[in-house]
Design a protein around this ligand. Structure first.
Ligand SMILES: Nc1nc2c(ncn2[C@@H]2O[C@H](COP(=O)(O)OP(=O)(O)OP(=O)(O)O)[C@@H](O)[C@H]2O)c(=O)[nH]1
Ligand SMILES: [Mg+2]
Length: 726
């Protein structure tokens, strides 16, 4: 992502690096954003951050330092790829990572006991620590009182109450960070583990330069987990042999892993004794009461369906006036530019290529904004995690767990973050299976495709007392991907990725009133991304397609129609317009695009498509919105009807050479089903390759999705015709 590179450049100015760590969903990124002025993604569910993000912060006395935002983790025993990133960064074993000089631990004050677990481990890493006691407002509302001074004294590290979303306590926090960096002293160990163990561990640590006791301990306890493997790799074979020998000696005295959790929790109880007052730790909170309804096995699912139906209704209902406005704007722009540019290739490229093409896509900006407004609201209020819980029951039979749901849900915005979000899944087979079906979820790039065909061919009627037919059609298309994903995941988990779904554990965040800034940022960033794509990738594709559709110019056709015009001079306006349209059509037919199109027509004919649709779909393999732009260009070049200005009208009036209409409901449905199922996004395939490290997975994704898309479109068209909609 572009922001990463700029952040990286800006960050390199400072040398010192402070890592932000803590349990998932404790507000690390919110605090990171508040301190650095960046706007990384925030959301009210665990697993929002799955990458390292770097920013810069100026501290009193110390000056500029780098701040490193990391994925959340409950402990240093990392399992899932996102936790591994956090743990490896902390241990200084991440390739290309500068060393970390201090750690800023973000704690959820309303859940302090569990949050202190990782603190007890971090105290052993020989790094200065500062603890930010975040969500202090939530704790206060629940009547929880924490004595931060007492904790500071007991832990030997500063504990600073903050409220990141309101930027409260930041100055105190910065002061504490400055002092910690200034002193550069690591705190004393927690004392959670038995003394004999430390004696053994210290012996090994002393032998290897750079190996702190904390690192040796992780290598010893975490055994084959990723963090430990990285430590072992870093210090070489002799170190690994020492650890093996140490393990044998220690095991003779008890089980390491259970020791660790038992003794750490015991330590936590001692630390909190008298410093934490939680009046009713087991009382039912407002969140619990809401959950009784929202995660009810039947009521919850019905509620979820209702929420989604509302979203799709709103996408059509609210967007229409704004879209008409943008449409008119581009129309005027085209007319205005036509007036300035002489007739010919340049005018055609700008007006028929760029404006008709890109304009056709940009019209859908309001719908994108509305979609992301809802996604942002649902993410930040805490509903997303509940939806995941509901879906766990439905996903288990197809071999996946609720853990897969959040990545799949993210894929409705865009499959790229969706694929990245699979990093929260521990089991690698589950993770790959989820990645492979993620692109079946209808991403926002499909929205313009659906919207144009639904707008043109699905009647704007209300049925069943208030539901708009267009909104329902959109909802149904979103369901197509989901319905197909279920058997695909099932087959994958039965064959190539055989294995039981891992048990589902996801912490339920408390419900919150969504933050205006967070939701606004989500809408703004996706709108910007959409426009950037339209201005770059889509524009480039459109110009290429325009050139293919415009050239070569046929002298013979031009001469023929010129002669006709002379012959028909003085004829009524409609006759001349018809002549113009026929000339444009003939030119298009013999263009490079027309010739290629005719060559592929036999392949797409069974789907009910003409060559134009076939070529537009083919051009959309790098990025699916291209179809809208290309159809805009094709129909603008081979103008069918002078009167029609919008693409929607052009589609409605397009005809085959024998005069039949090209588009009808089965054709429109067949195109939409094709786009719902096809893997037309180079970036997604590239991300799958990067995340899995293998080419076979993106290739398989592309192959199975394209095949399904063709079959789906064929069946849809043939069924539609059989029913008599054609
Ligand atoms: N009430 C309250 N909400 C907060 C506070 N700080 C952050 N939040 C909200 O808590 C939620 C989680 O914030 P994030 O910053 O995404 O949390 P994170 O720790 O980065 O989460 P992961 O990246 O998933 O580990 C968001 O909805 C924030 O708006 C706070 O002090 N008080
Ligand atoms: Mg985060």
């Amino acid at each position: 992502m572009a922001t990463d590179i700029t952040d990286q450049k800006r960050a390199s100015a400072g040398q010192t690096t402070v890592a932000v760590v803590g349990n998932p969903n404790t507000g690390k990124t919110t605090l990171f954003n508040a301190l650095t002025g960046l706007s990384q993604r925030v959301g009210n569910f665990p697993g929002v951050t799955v990458e390292r993000k770097i920013g810069q912060l100026t501290l009193p006395q110390v000056g500029a330092v780098n701040l490193l935002d990391l994925p959340g983790t409950y402990s240093l025993s990392a399992q899932s790829p996102d936790e591994v990133i956090a743990v490896e960064a902390l241990m200084g074993i991440l390739e290309g990572e500068r060393d970390i000089q201090a750690v800023l631990v973000v704690l959820d004050a309303s859940n302090l006991r569990r949050n202190l677990y990782i603190v007890s481990q971090l105290l052993e890493l020989d790094l200065p620590l500062v603890l930010a006691l975040n969500m202090s407002d939530v704790a206060k509302a629940r009547g929880i009182v924490i004595d931060a001074d007492a904790l500071t004294a007991r832990l030997g590290v500063p504990v600073i109450p903050v409220q990141a979303n309101k930027r409260l306590g930041l100055n105190d926090l910065k002061d504490a960070l400055s002092r910690a960096l200034d002193k550069g002293m690591a705190p004393a160990r927690s004392g959670a583990l038995p003394q004999f163990l430390w004696a053994e561990v210290d012996l090994v640590a002393r032998k290897y330069a750079g190996a702190s006791a904390g690192l040796v301990l992780r290598a010893l306890i975490d055994d084959r987990r990723a963090g430990a493997s990285a430590v072992l790799k870093r210090f070489g074979d002799g170190f690994a042999a020492d650890i093996r020998a140490l393990r044998v000696r220690v095991k003779a005295r008890g089980t390491l892993a259970s020791w660790e959790s038992e003794s750490r929790y015991q330590w936590i109880d001692e630390v909190l004794d008298g410093a934490l007052r939680d009046p009713e730790p087991l009382r039912k909170t407002r969140s619990d009461r809401l959950d009784r309804v929202l995660t009810h096995p039947l009521g919850g699912i019905l509620g979820f369906a209702a929420v989604m139906a509302l979203v799709f209704q709103a996408i059509f209902f609210w967007a229409t006036p704004l879209m008409d406005g943008i449409d008119a704007l581009f129309g005027t722009l085209g007319d205005w530019i036509s007036g300035y540019l002489p007739d010919g290739a340049l005018q055609s490229m700008v007006v028929d290529g760029a404006i008709a093409g890109v304009g056709g896509v940009v019209i859908f900006l309001p719908q994108i904004c509305i979609l992301f407004l809802f996604i942002g609201l649902l993410e930040d209020c805490g509903y997303m995690a509940r939806a995941a819980l509901l879906m766990d029951r439905l996903l288990t039979p197809c071999g996946l767990s609720g853990k897969s749901f959040i990545p799949l849900l993210s894929s409705f915005a865009c499959a790229i973050p969706g694929v990245m979000a699979t990093r929260t899944i521990d089991d690698s087979k589950d993770r790959i299976a989820t990645m492979l079906v993620a692109p079946l979820m209808s991403c926002s790039a499909r929205l313009p495709v659906y919207a144009i065909f639904i707008g043109a061919f699905i009647p704007d009627q209300t049925i069943w007392g208030g539901f708009g037919l267009q909104g329902l059609a959109l909802f149904a298309l979103y369901c197509v991907g989901v319905v197909v994903a279920i058997p695909v995941a099932w087959i994958l988990k039965k064959t190539l990725l055989k294995g039981q779904p891992a048990p589902f554990v996801l912490e339920m965040p408390s419900y919150k009133i969504p933050d205006v800034g967070t939701v606004g940022m989500r809408v703004y960033q996706s709108a910007r991304h959409f426009l950037e794509r339209a201005g770059t990738l889509i524009l480039a594709a459109t110009i290429v397609m325009w050139a293919l559709a415009y050239f070569p110019r046929s002298e013979t056709i031009a001469a023929h129609y010129e002669a006709e015009r002379v012959r028909l001079a003085g004829a009524p306006q409609e006759v001349l317009a018809d002549l113009h349209a026929r000339e444009a059509g003939a030119m298009l037919e013999q263009s490079f695009l027309g010739r290629m199109g005719h060559a592929i027509e036999p392949v797409v004919k069974p789907l009910g498509w003409d060559w134009r649709i076939g070529m537009a779909a083919l051009a959309s393999f790098p990025a699916r919105e291209v179809i809208v732009a290309v159809l805009g260009t094709i129909y603008s070049l081979g103008e069918v009807d002078e009167e029609s200005t919008s693409l929607r009208d052009a589609l409605r009036s397009a005809t085959w050479s024998d005069g039949r209409k090209v588009f009808n409901i089965p054709v429109a449905l067949s195109i939409m089903v094709f786009f719902a199922l096809c893997a037309q996004c180079v970036s997604t395939l590239a991300v799958i390759q990067r995340e899995t490290g293998r080419w076979r997975w993106p290739v398989l994704t592309f192959a199975y999705m394209t095949l399904l898309a063709y079959i789906g479109a064929f069946v849809t068209y043939q069924l539609g015709v059989a029913i008599g909609w054609g």
